[in-house]
Design a protein around this ligand. Structure first.
Ligand SMILES: [Zn+2]
Length: 340
């Protein structure tokens, strides 16, 4: 076992200890860019802003840090070499764009640390949190379904012909580039099925030098969106030494407690959760629509319960905002010490 392995495996436990046991992940990234006027109706979705609006990308990262997030997730969710290629970019240019997503997040972290050291208090009059603390940059990898940009990250249905080698070769170079980019870890987000989890696990074993988290999505509170067993998906993550946290994102808040209970039966790794606002994505309309089922009242009121039953990383996904993250920080006992 090389030097790096030791560091890889303890990154998250060290970070959580320094963060007081619970760490805060940022909130919706793409939907926050949209709230600021970005038009993401494009196969690249949020990654389009890596081409057109890098200042806005940096600003949204900074807004989340100032709202109290300890982990910021890069704009690379839908950034793929194949997706950039379809727009006429060369392989080299596409790789530069992937690296840029990490550079921008690291720049935001540097600006934030500067603001912290120049500020007399940790809580400014306009409600910003300027507290020097460990901050991680997580390089986002969205699924093959996200690249397809047809909503299939919410169906997980890649057809019967899909195979593991295809998915591995689809993601391989992207994962290698992000792993060498200066990010602290890779966030495999919104993983919709078991075969994609297996592909990621096998890619990590190909000499990737940074750790990763696996975060699945569910639309029934029992299985992942494809209908594959969440337990089996989480077992894939659990068996992978470089995976330092397992959990759920972009899933309605009302399902989260049950999903945490399932995951904790099969792993002792830290559990992460960052639900969406409880609305559903309509792939045809390309819009988030209110669901007609059980209402998801302000999910912040559930956060301490989720931590009591086993979550140690909490944030928000689509349609959540810096205000959501601020409210999460305010409600966590370990964080309220430096909140006004
Ligand atoms: Zn989401």
């Amino acid at each position: 076992m090389g030097l790096n392995n030791g560091k890889v495996e303890t990154l998250m436990s060290d970070f959580l200890r320094k963060s007081g046991g619970v760490a805060v992940i940022d909130g919706g990234f793409a939907t926050e860019l949209e709230r600021h006027g970005a038009d993401l109706n494009d196969p690249l979705w949020s990654a389009k802003c890596l081409l057109t609006s890098t200042d806005l990308v940096r600003q949204v990262h900074l807004d989340y840090l100032e709202a109290g997030a300890d982990i910021i997730i890069t704009a690379s969710y839908q950034a793929t070499i194949q997706g950039f290629g379809a727009k006429g970019f060369s392989k080299e240019e596409s790789e530069t764009m992937l690296k840029r997503s990490v550079d921008i997040a690291c720049e935001a972290r540097n600006v934030y640390y500067e603001r912290c050291s120049n500020s007399a208090s940790t809580f400014t009059s306009d409600g910003k949190i300027l507290k020097n603390r460990p901050i991680l940059v997580a390089a986002s990898v969205g699924s093959y379904g996200a690249y397809l940009a047809d909503g299939s990250e919410y169906s997980g249905d890649y057809g019967d012909a899909m195979d593991l080698e295809f998915l591995k070769s689809f993601h391989r170079r992207r994962v290698q580039v992000l792993a060498e980019s200066g990010a602290d870890l890779i966030a495999f987000e919104t993983v919709p099925n078991k075969i994609e989890a297996q592909a990621y696990a096998e890619l990590l074993a190909e000499g990737i030098k940074i750790p990763a988290w696996f975060s699945f999505n569910s639309k029934d509170g029992v299985n992942v969106v494809s209908g594959d067993s969440l337990i089996e998906c989480a077992e894939v993550a659990d068996s992978c030494p470089k995976v330092v946290a397992v959990g759920i994102n972009c899933t309605p808040p009302r399902f989260i407690s049950g999903l945490i209970q399932s995951i904790k039966k099969i792993t002792t790794k830290p559990i992460l959760i960052y639900p969406n606002s409880g609305e559903n994505y309509d792939a045809d309309l390309k819009q988030w629509v209110k669901n007609t089922g059980v209402p998801d009242e302000d999910f912040v009121s559930y956060v301490n319960k989720w931590c009591e039953i086993g979550a140690s990383l909490v944030g928000g996904c689509c349609r959540t905002t810096p205000n959501t993250i601020k409210a999460i920080c305010r409600t966590l006992p370990s964080r309220s010490s430096y909140m006004a």
